[in-house]
Design a protein. Structure first.
Length: 384
């Protein structure tokens, strides 16, 4: 049932909006009376049939409340998938799926168009469905909802993931409260960060068991510190350039107080603006050949407390985990090079965290698929 119509959803603002709709026969007079509790469902609709994953018995697209980068209520969309067969006693255990980079524009949302790497992700997620797990798949705040997705904002992504599980269970009563988080690339960082906050954000209604991340973009905030005019003076790989532009766009949106535009050249501002509207595969082609050093008018490290700001924004936590963590890494990955994951694992181990590392002789996408030989038994053990 549609609880609030799509035109109203697109216009919702917690700060200022007066609306008049009917919710299950009851009149809602103002935005102040809308329940914005994280995980509260706003709208349920059919998920396009061509977006169903292999092995899906039922799927829905949902809009739900979560938390934005300013700490205020924000909307996210997503989808959930129920596996074929009869649910076990207590319901289907849940995989909270954190997707990889798809873009920042609303029409890049996986619940609208599917994952950016459809063949890879459909195969991967279909394996989890075949193992008897339901999947709750967030789009993240701002991707398909008002505002811009704050790309790589770990805590916002964690809220989106946790609250997608809550929202999916609100709609589908065959889902268990037992769940794990799994993610790749952008979603690998989101999954591991979610693992740090899942118990806190989920509260007593969810039973969080652990995290799986592959291609985890850890410690890459360090790569932002030296950036400025002339650095780097050569074109990076087209994927890396796109990721940088998405990071700058997300940081600019989440932290307007730093006036990031004043640190960018005219070309830099134009490309960051453009990055907000182009999905990842088209963006990689469009931005190929861009010289990173040409984007900046001033060094980013002139931003007051720049490291503290970006570390809080996108740094993957290195302590405070209360459940096991699995990290998978491709040794020939050029999107998220292996030292990122290896350094994160070293930090986690130094802090006494329960982390398991598996490496694979393959690239970014290959590691996702090859990791299931290890992650499937790892997750099964978490539910025993």
């Amino acid at each position: 049932m549609s609880i609030i119509s799509r035109p109203l959803v697109a216009a919702l603002s917690v700060a200022s909006l007066v609306l008049s709709v009917t919710v299950l026969g009851a009149s809602v007079a103002s935005a102040d009376e809308v329940d914005t509790t994280p995980g509260t469902v706003v709208e349920v609709e059919e998920l396009a049939a061509d977006l169903w994953l292999p092995g899906t018995a039922e799927a829905k697209r949902i809009t739900y409340w979560t938390v934005g980068s300013d700490g205020a209520p924000a909307l996210s969309t997503g989808a959930f998938f129920v596996p074929e067969g009869t649910a076990p006693e207590g319901g289907w255990p849940v995989i909270g799926w954190a997707h990889g980079t798809s873009g920042l524009a609303d029409d890049c949302a996986p619940s609208l168009v599917g994952p950016a790497d459809a063949d890879r992700d459909r195969q991967y997620l279909g394996t989890w469905l075949g193992q008897g797990y339901a999947i709750a798949a967030t789009d993240y705040v701002g991707l398909g909802t008002p505002g811009l997705m704050p790309y790589l904002d770990g805590k916002v992504s964690a809220h989106s993931v946790v609250d997608s599980v809550k929202a999916s269970r609100q709609v589908e009563d065959s889902l268990s409260n037992k769940w794990v988080v799994v993610g790749q690339s952008q979603g690998g960082g989101a999954a591991i960060t979610t693992g740090r906050y899942a118990t806190e954000y989920g509260g007593p209604e969810l039973d969080y068991r652990g995290a799986v991340g592959t291609g985890v973009p850890a410690n890459i905030e360090l790569a932002l510190l030296p950036l400025g005019p002339g650095i780097l003076p050569v074109a990076a790989g087209k994927g890396l350039t796109t990721y940088l532009l998405y990071i700058l766009a997300g940081l600019r949106y989440a932290h307007p107080e730093i006036d990031l535009n004043s640190y960018l050249t005219e070309q830099g501002r134009q490309l960051v603006d453009r990055a907000e509207g182009v999905c990842v595969l088209a963006a990689e082609d469009e931005f190929e050949g861009t010289i990173s050093g040409d984007l900046f008018a001033k060094p980013l490290n002139q931003i007051p407390n720049f490291y503290g700001l970006v570390n809080d924004y996108m740094g993957v936590p290195t302590s405070g985990y209360d459940r096991p963590v699995f990290i998978g890494q491709g040794l020939t990955d050029v999107d998220v090079p292996a030292p990122a994951a290896l350094s994160l694992v070293a930090q986690l181990k130094a802090n006494g965290q329960d982390v398991t590392l598996h490496t694979y002789p393959t690239d970014h996408s290959g590691a996702l698929l090859q990791s299931q030989a290890d992650s499937v038994p790892f997750v099964k053990h978490l539910f025993e």
